[in-house]
Design a protein. Structure first.
Length: 217
């Protein structure tokens, strides 16, 4: 076996092997993944910061509360930020999706979830550009069902994905405009998580700060 654990629980490489099936050990000590490997960046709905016209925390099931986005013609928003880690794969496009549900016994219609997004690299490299708005239309499933929106509906805007690197910040507003013609579900939609799928390419970077390019990312 080329990998063993020492008494401290740290995995170490022994011998000269550099081929571990789905990944390679490069000469700076990083593990590089060959095929697609994905991870989630999660933002919990209950902990998210509501805006001035934000969703209330209301009872979803029994005594459990979650953020409830109104279905009565209002626009409600909440705000969050995501920090990109050092294991991201350069040249890939993250995608956003929404985890949500409702408590209506006989639901009809769709919820249109929208994300307003901007992002910027750190260390004084660039400003946050004008935001772009992404959206997905999701049918109301049965009462209390955990719904996840289509992963392909809300990709990171191409201009932001093209310059993605570690320590980049993604600033977002998640909102529901229940007056939108595509939003036809007349009741509260409970937001559980906003989830960004990110492809990872390695175990980390050898630099703490940019440009992160001695071994790539």
């Amino acid at each position: 076996m080329p990998l063993v654990s020492n008494p401290d629980g740290v995995v170490q490489v022994v011998g000269s092997e550099t081929d571990f099936g789905g990944c390679d050990l490069v000469d700076v000590g990083l593990i590089k993944f060959r095929g697609p490997q994905y991870t989630d960046y999660l933002v919990g709905g209950a902990a998210i910061q509501a805006g001035a016209s934000g969703p209330d925390r209301e009872t979803f099931r029994d005594s459990i509360e979650q953020r409830a986005f109104d279905g009565a013609g209002a626009t409600e928003s909440a705000h969050f930020a995501i920090h990109l880690s050092h294991d991201i794969r350069q040249g890939t496009v993250p995608t956003f999706h929404i985890h949500w549900g409702h408590k209506i016994g006989a639901p009809t219609g769709n919820v249109k979830w929208q994300l307003e997004v901007t992002a910027a690299r750190g260390y004084g490299v660039e400003v946050f550009p004008a935001s772009a708005t992404l959206s997905t239309v999701s049918a109301a499933a049965a009462q209390y069902v955990h719904v996840i929106t289509d992963d392909d509906d809300m990709p990171m805007p191409a201009a932001l994905a093209a310059v993605m690197e570690p320590d980049m910040l993604v600033l977002c507003r998640v909102f529901r405009d229940s007056g939108d013609v595509e939003d036809t579900f007349a009741d509260d939609a409970f937001l559980f998580f906003v989830d960004m799928h990110v492809e990872i390419g390695q175990s980390g970077t050898t630099e703490r700060n940019r440009p992160f390019d001695s071994a790539g990312f």
